[in-house]
Design a protein around this ligand. Structure first.
Ligand code: SF4
Ligand code: SF4
Length: 97
């Protein structure tokens, strides 16, 4: 997901590995493959590609993930606009936020 990111180190995504039970839901639902499971625990492997959609936190059964699309700065709007611009052969013009 090298090309699908907005601001480096800006995502508010947090993972509490002590609470994680290793169910794998976060790795399954994340559209940007932010998580992998290692030794029975989730691990964040590409925080900069997080678009703060909230799917991982919504599907974590033990509340081990914090991300809030309402106060996020990964900016899903910018990332989606960038995809559309790329498909159309144009330069992304921003998020409109
Ligand atoms: S908020 Fe969305 S993009 Fe970010 S890690 Fe969770 S599922 Fe993936
Ligand atoms: S969804 Fe929650 S409990 Fe399941 S692997 Fe991810 S962080 Fe761990």
């Amino acid at each position: 997901m090298r090309h699908f990111r907005y601001l480096e180190d800006a995502a508010i995504l947090r993972l509490d590995t002590d609470t994680c039970i290793g169910c794998g839901n976060c790795a399954l639902v994340c559209p940007h493959r932010i998580f992998v499971l290692k030794e029975g625990k989730a691990e964040i492997i590409d925080r900069g590609a997080c678009m703060e959609c909230g799917a991982c936190a919504t599907n974590c059964p033990v509340g081990a993930i914090y991300v809030n699309p309402d106060d996020g700065c990964g900016c899903a709007a910018y990332i989606i606009n960038s995809w559309i611009a790329k498909v159309r052969g144009k330069v992304p013009s921003g998020c409109g936020c």
